[in-house]
Design a binder for this molecule. Sequence first.
Ligand code: AR6
Length: 173
Amino acid sequence: MGKLELIMGDITLSDADAIVNAANTSLLGGGGVDGAIHRAAGPELLAECRTLHGCETGQAKLTKGYRLKARYVIHTPGPVWRGGGCGEAEQLSSCYRSCLELARQYGCRSVDFPSISTGIFGYPMAQAATVALRTIMDFLSSHSMPERVRMVCHSEDALRVYQQTYNMWYASD
Ligand code: AR6
């Protein structure tokens, strides 16, 4: 079974085969990690994104990585948090699953994720971590690729939440 790692860092510096972009449904860029990925990848990324004609929440589309070290960027619009009663958890889980499925189809051995929806879209970090880790662990337990998935947390607080969530659900001792 592939392994999951929780680290702190800047996903634009990732050397994984694919990185995930917490995008919006236009796929035409924005703030947060989306803005950082577009800046680091260069204008060719936006040019390719324009050919994709957007993406639905919970789905994913793949582009090349251009000036990034990562070969591919997998763009997924997460849900906007509306209090939790509007299908947000199912949509967030679908984001992770769709990205992992695309990565597998493109032969990616390693994939790095940011914490989708937990910035501008307002999803509470602990609840997002539960959905993210459960979906990734389920996928890894039933597929041989990718071999390594990393959650790249952007702050110590975020990393602590992911570690605590992991320990709560998956630690064996
Ligand atoms: N590396 C890793 N994680 C990061 C980085 C980075 N360089 N920069 C931010 N984060 P957000 P969302 C974390 O707001 O909530 C955009 O405008 C950040 O701390 O980037 O899904 C899109 O176009 C947070 O934990 O994405 C959409 O309109 C996480 O990444 C909207 O924002 C996600 O924060 C998407 O909102």
